[in-house]
Write a protein that binds this ligand. Structure first.
Ligand code: SAM
Ligand code: DTB
Ligand code: SF4
Length: 316
């Protein structure tokens, strides 16, 4: 299967908004039986003090932010949080660690494998995001019961060096190859609101569309400007830019989960409804993302009920 060219993506994205929404809704209905929203709960299992300089991130050691660094949590501590998330209705548990990457011959990595086994044993889908991975580390994660690895492109290859200087876009692609070759599902998306152009956003989709297979899930984050980071004063993203990007993503990736990710706490209920109509079918559920806030579980349950949307049921 061939990918999509930038010109084709622009043609989809630049339609009148209602034509784009209609196209996205038609694609959604042809591929998804129900109006189900996947609920994923996030936990930061190791916070802060990261060696990388991603200019949006409160966890980089280079910036003076409010984040308090923590050591890697124990398997028992993590399992307790995962059990609660499952009881609250989440079907995926996503764990993030503020590392540039992992090496498979370390005690920390052995502890991560233990954590994955403990969460997998609960019968909830397990996802982690640990930074750069070698092919061998990816295979070990898979053997421990990991289903999905999250590694975002974050922005276009052209804009990436303006956002991060401690690693290259090509390094991200290398990890993604390791993940896919190990047979793990790939969760890969990006952030908007970093000062990039619409072309950058579509270039990011163009790169995603070249992956074989396409990402299982695509998180679309809106920058949450973190005090102390270089991007702390970035203006918010226009809601219609977000809706257009979601709808375009839905058209290009009919079978991928499209996750309305960071920044949802700043969106009105109406704005979120439009995002779901445009094809988003997954959210982060729970009051905390990694370090930042998210809508309360009660508010989200009510919103889904008001819209007549159902939380995705557990399949295992
Ligand atoms: N260290 C790993 C890495 O960089 O791949 C994993 C953790 S990192 C925090 C995971 C993702 O969170 C980033 O790729 C980015 O898309 C998102 N993220 C981080 N800070 C954010 C912010 N302030 N606003 C929106 N999204 C953010
Ligand atoms: C993703 O794309 N978004 C999540 C998850 N993958 C790891 C992280 C959002 C982080 C928001 C900022 C924070 O909590 O520090
Ligand atoms: Fe570190 Fe990931 Fe934050 Fe970059 S995004 S500073 S790699 S935790």
């Amino acid at each position: 299967m061939r990918g999509m060219t930038l010109t084709e993506l622009q043609r989809i994205y630049e339609q009148p908004l209602f034509a784009l929404l209609e196209q996205a809704r038609t694609v959604y209905r042809a591929h998804w039986a129900d109006d189900e929203i996947q609920l994923c709960t996030l936990l930061s299992i190791k916070t802060g003090n990261c060696s990388e300089d991603c200019s949006y991130c409160a966890q980089s050691a280079r910036y003076k932010t409010k984040v308090k660094p923590t050591a890697l949590m124990t398997p028992a501590e993590v399992a307790a949080v995962a059990r609660q998330a499952q009881a609250n209705g989440a079907t995926r548990f996503c764990m993030g660690a503020a590392w540039s990457g992992v090496r498979e011959d370390t005690a920390q990595f052995a502890q991560v494998l233990e954590i994955i086994r403990a969460v997998h044993d609960l019968g909830i889908e397990v996802c982690v995001t640990l930074g750069h991975l070698s092919p061998a580390a990816a295979r070990q994660l898979k053997a421990a019961g990991l289903k999905v690895y999250n590694h975002n492109l974050d922005t276009s290859p052209e804009h990436y060096p303006h956002i991060v200087t401690t690693h290259r876009f090509e390094d991200r692609l290398q990890t993604i190859r390791a993940v896919q070759e190990a047979g793990l599902a790939l969760c890969c998306g990006g952030i908007i609101g970093l000062g990039e152009s619409v072309t950058d956003r579509l270039r990011m989709l163009e790169v995603l569309a070249g992956f074989q297979p396409p990402p299982e899930s695509i998180p679309l984050n809106c920058l949450m400007p973190m005090p102390g980071t270089p991007l702390e004063n970035q203006p918010p993203v226009d809601i219609f830019d977000l809706v257009r990007l979601i709808a375009t993503t839905r058209v290009v990736f009919p079978r991928s989960k499209v996750r309305l990710s960071a920044g949802r706490a700043c969106l009105s209920r109406e704005a979120q409804a439009l995002c779901f109509f445009a094809g988003a079918n997954s959210i982060f559920f729970g009051e905390r993302l990694l370090t930042a806030g998210n809508p309360t579980e009660d508010a989200d349950r009510q919103l889904l009920e008001t819209l007549g949307l159902r939380p995705q049921r557990a399949s295992n």
